[in-house]
Structure formats: structure tokens, C-alpha cells
Design a protein. Structure first.
Ligand code: C5P
Ligand code: C5P
Ligand code: C5P
Ligand code: ZN
Length: 473
């Protein structure tokens, strides 16, 4: 592969047109979304504009809606680059474009609304799945590469964004994302390997790595601190360092890692974990080679959680600085935010498990009120449906208070349900519009904002739509 080869050939022509338009802009307002994918999208686009000598300012929005788009339009920029959002609000953006307020350039992967614009870079327009094959950061990287093929180092951030949007399965990133991984590997910024597929390989002490592994439940180890410690103590490896502290996965050598993995697989088999789940214990991992081993930045999934911990708590500036390579104070700040984020996730998940969910015919739901922050209720819903405590055969819908008059809705499904016809993006859009709100997203994960008090009416509408989609009313 030569450095000039586009990462996603199907998008190359559109990306080149968008790049050309950016080069001719006087100054650009870059607007991006407040999550890991949005931050990495913003960092990629901002770096590429900077390197190309294109004057720009970067802003982050929780949600792009009529109000935030009007705010953007009121700024003195003739060109607006939207990353990781924009497609779903294209109808509103196109009205501002028609009024001559700005020229939009969009690098996004969400389901587009019913409108068109010239500089619209979205995998879904080219038959590529935006939920699993290319993220907002991926689309932004495609644009960055079109601006300059020397931008291949930015592919590392695109991988953080894709994994942050949960695009990686056990086989790792697939489809169009593979082209981005190839660029990152060729540029020497990312290494891939087959590894234990547990969250926290870089930073968690071994007992915590095993105890907190929630996706594949191993009886006597998962959610069982004493069990995890007992399991480790029986292994023929030193699980503690000379100073008596627990070692982490990253501290083990290859032979020690093999010993641990095979003992874990044996334990899973002997305790009756189904083979299909056991396979999920090993998968592709992505390591950022420039980052220090044993830090949150070294492993892409830990990096993406660190970013969510900033942007979803109104500190996108901190996450952006970390993405742009600043260390020291921003990184320390991000780590403090991460501890808070982890506590909130774990308390949120605990609350859902103890309250339980309400079952409808075609979906299940919970209303967290003000107990879970609206910016993380989607992550909690995703963790809940991934946990053994919650049934996976129906999508989950979660509510959290947004402000005095509005409720945030988040929904999560599974790839199996999507294959059966589920499209949560349509469910969220239609059900929210029926109660005077709006929403959208992806087939497997979507969200909405609705008026306070309309939750039950919304559930009834969503339940009916899911039933129609799955053809089992
Ligand atoms: O706005 P954005 O596209 O970044 O949000 C994607 C959301 O969808 C993330 O919160 C991610 O966790 C979720 N998702 C998921 N399962 C997938 C794909 C995405 O839960 N398979
Ligand atoms: O926060 P984020 O959406 O990036 O988290 C991705 C996944 O990482 C979660 O769904 C969860 O399974 C895992 N995670 C975890 N412990 C945390 C944070 C995230 O196991 N403290
Ligand atoms: O907020 P949450 O993580 O649940 O969002 C899931 C997906 O739905 C994201 O891709 C988000 O951008 C999208 N969404 C949307 N419109 C909303 C809320 C969420 O398109 N009003
Ligand atoms: Zn995204």
C-alpha cells in the first residue's frame, strides 16, 4: 500500500471534493459531537486543517438541533465543517445553506435526514454501514487523508473513535474500518494483536480485570473478588510484583499471558459457559504505540472511555487537548474526570439492576429520572443490555431528565435484532416526533429528546414500531 492510497476507496471522490472546498475557505467553524467519537473526529479535523494552514475554530455540541444550528449560523463563518453529526439534521442545515448563511461540509456516519447537500461525506450514502463499518472519526480521517496523504498518523485517533462507538466486535474492526487500521499500522502508530478481550488490559490490576469482566460471565470469577483472587493464586505465574502490588495484564510476558488465558478458557468450559461466549474472551486489540505502556492512552478502548469522561461532563476542551497530544495538566484533569465517570457508570448500572426494567411486548425500558446523567444514560443502557442481568432478546429504552421540560431517551439493541429488522434510528425518530420531540442515530443504537411527561406515550409508540419492524405484532 502506498501512502497516497485512500483508506476507503468508495469515499475518495467525495472526500476530495470536500477537501477542495475546505482549501478555498477563508476560515472554517468546526463543530463536533461531545463523545469519544466526536472528540476524536474534532481532533482529526482540527489537526488536518491546522496542517493545511486553514484558519479555524472548534466548538462542541451535546446535540445538534435547530437551536444549536441557528447559533452556528449566527457566527461569522462562511464554511462550517460538521463532524460526527450533521447528517441527521441535514434538513435544518440545508435551510440555512439555502439562505446563504454558510456552506456546510459534513463528515458523519448517522442516518441522513431527507435533504441533500454537495459536500456530504457519509458512508451510508455509499452503501457502507455507518453503525459498524465507519465512525464519525473514520469519516473525518477519510477527509484528513484527502487533504494530505501525510496525515496517516491521524488514523490512530480514528480507531479510538470507532472503538468508542462500539464498532469493534471480537474480530476487531471490520469493513471500511479495516482500511483505516491498515493506514494506522503502516504509519506505525497502531499495533494489532490477538489478545484477551477484557476491558482494562493496561491499567487494571489482574483481579479487577477478571472481576469486572461483565460481557462474558464466568461463574466464580466475574463479580467475585475473592473468586478472581483465588483463581489467580492457583496459576503457575507471579501475579504480584516484588513490591507486593498486583500486576496488570500489560506487565505479563507472552508466556504468562498464554498461561492465564488458557486457565481462564478451561475454567469457562468447566463451568458450562457456552462455546459461543467463550470465543468472545479472545479478540483483536489495538495498541497506540506512541503512548506509554500501562496508561489509559495505550489501549484504544480505555482511551475512548477517558474521552467520554471529559466530553460528557462538559469538559470537551480537556479531551480535545489530550487527543491533540497535550500531556501534563489536561491528562491529570482527564484522569480525575475518569474516576468520576467510572463511579457514575457503576452506580447507574447498579441502580438499573436493582430497580429492574419494565417489560413491554417488544421492548424493555427504565426511567432513571435524575439518578443517571442524561449524557451517560446511553452508555449505562448499553452496559445493562450487555450484562447477564438483562434480557438481550428485546431492545432497551432508557429515560433520564434533561432539563425542566425535556427528557433524554437512549436506546440500544443487538446485531441479532438488527438482522431481524430492528432500526432504532427510525423508532427514535418516529416515536419522538409523535410526542413532539425529535431523535435519530443508528439502527443498533439511537436516541431522542421528548417533552417531560410523555414517556409512557413514547413507550407505547416505540413498542408498536419495534413490533412492526420485527414483524411480530
Ligand atoms: O453519536 P454516536 O454515533 O457517537 O453514538 C454511538 C453510540 O452507539 C455509542 O454510545 C455506542 O456505545 C453505541 N453503539 C452501541 N452498539 C453498537 C454501535 C454503537 O451501543 N454496535
Ligand atoms: O465508556 P465507554 O462507552 O467507552 O465504555 C465502553 C465499554 O467499556 C462499556 O460498555 C463497558 O463494558 C466497559 N467499561 C468498563 N468499566 C468502565 C468503563 C467502561 O467495563 N469503568
Ligand atoms: O445519546 P445516545 O448515546 O443514546 O445516542 C445514541 C445515538 O443516537 C448517537 O449516535 C446519537 O448521536 C444519536 N442521537 C440522535 N438524536 C438524538 C439523540 C441521540 O441522533 N436526539
Ligand atoms: Zn459517532
Amino acid at each position: 500500500m502506498s501512502a497516497a492510497d485512500p483508506p476507503v476507496p468508495l469515499l475518495a471522490e467525495r472526500a476530495a471534493a470536500c477537501a477542495e472546498r475546505l482549501r478555498s475557505a477563508d476560515s472554517v467553524l468546526l463543530a463536533s459531537h461531545i463523545d469519544a467519537d466526536g472528540l476524536t473526529s474534532g481532533a482529526i479535523a482540527s489537526s488536518a486543517l491546522e496542517r493545511a494552514g486553514i484558519d479555524h475554530e472548534t466548538v462542541f455540541e451535546k446535540q445538534l438541533d435547530e437551536e444549536s444550528i441557528a447559533g452556528i449560523a449566527s457566527r461569522e463563518f462562511d464554511t462550517v465543517l460538521f463532524t460526527d453529526f450533521g447528517s441527521g439534521q441535514l434538513d435544518v442545515i440545508a435551510d440555512h445553506e439555502a439562505a446563504g448563511e454558510f456552506t456546510p461540509i459534513i463528515a458523519d456516519h448517522h442516518q441522513p435526514a431527507d435533504a441533500e447537500t454537495e459536500y456530504h461525506l457519509n458512508p451510508l450514502l455509499f452503501g457502507i454501514d455507518g453503525a459498524s463499518e465507519l465512525s464519525g472519526a473514520g469519516a473525518s480521517y477519510v477527509l484528513a487523508h484527502a487533504l494530505d496523504a501525510d496525515n496517516r498518523d491521524l488514523a490512530a485517533l480514528a480507531i479510538v473513535g470507532a472503538v468508542g462507538d462500539m464498532q469493534g466486535g471480537t474480530e476487531g474492526l471490520t469493513g471500511a474500518n479495516e482500511g483505516i487500521v491498515d493506514h494506522a499500522v503502516a504509519a506505525g502508530v497502531v499495533e494489532t494483536r490477538t489478545d484477551i478481550a477484557l476491558y482494562g488490559r493496561q491499567t487494571r490490576p489482574l483481579p479487577k480485570l477478571l472481576e469486572y469482566a461483565s460481557d462474558v460471565r464466568i461463574p466464580g470469577i466475574s463479580n467475585d473478588e475473592a473468586g478472581a483472587i483465588a483463581f489467580l493464586s492457583e496459576l503457575d505465574i507471579d501475579v504480584k510484583a516484588d513490591d507486593g502490588d498486583w500486576r496488570r495484564w500489560v506487565d505479563l510476558d507472552d508466556a504468562e499471558r498464554r498461561t492465564l488465558v488458557s486457565a481462564l478458557l478451561q475454567r469457562a468450559v468447566s463451568s458450562g459457559v457456552p462455546a459461543s461466549r467463550i470465543e468472545e474472551l479472545v479478540g483483536t486489540s489495538y495498541t497506540l504505540t506512541a503512548e506509554e505502556p500501562g496508561t489509559e492512552l495505550r489501549d484504544v478502548s480505555e482511551f475512548s472511555t477517558l474521552l467520554n469522561a471529559t466530553a460528557r461532563y462538559e469538559r470537551a476542551d480537556v479531551g480535545l487537548a489530550v487527543c491533540l497530544g497535550e500531556r501534563g495538566a489536561p491528562l491529570e484533569r482527564a484522569r480525575t474526570l475518569l474516576r468520576n465517570h467510572r463511579r457514575n457508570l457503576s452506580e447507574g448500572l447498579q441502580w438499573v439492576k436493582s430497580e429492574g426494567v419494565i417489560e413491554e411486548d417488544h421492548l424493555q425500558w427504565f426511567d432513571a429520572g435524575s439518578r443517571i446523567r442524561e449524557t451517560i444514560v446511553g452508555i449505562v443502557a448499553g452496559m445493562a443490555i450487555g450484562s447477564p442481568a438483562v434480557d438481550r432478546s428485546k431492545p432497551i429504552v432508557a429515560f433520564a431528565e434533561k432539563d425542566a421540560d425535556h427528557v433524554k431517551v437512549s436506546s440500544r439493541g443487538s446485531h441479532r435484532l438488527v438482522r431481524q429488522g430492528l432500526d432504532l434510528s427510525a423508532v427514535m425518530r418516529e416515536a419522538s416526533r409523535s410526542v413532539g420531540g425529535d431523535g435519530g442515530g443508528h439502527d443498533v443504537a439511537a436516541g431522542a429528546t421528548i417533552p417531560s411527561g410523555s414517556q409512557r406515550e413514547f413507550v407505547a409508540a416505540a413498542n408498536a414500531i419495534v413490533g412492526e419492524q420485527l414483524g411480530d405484532e
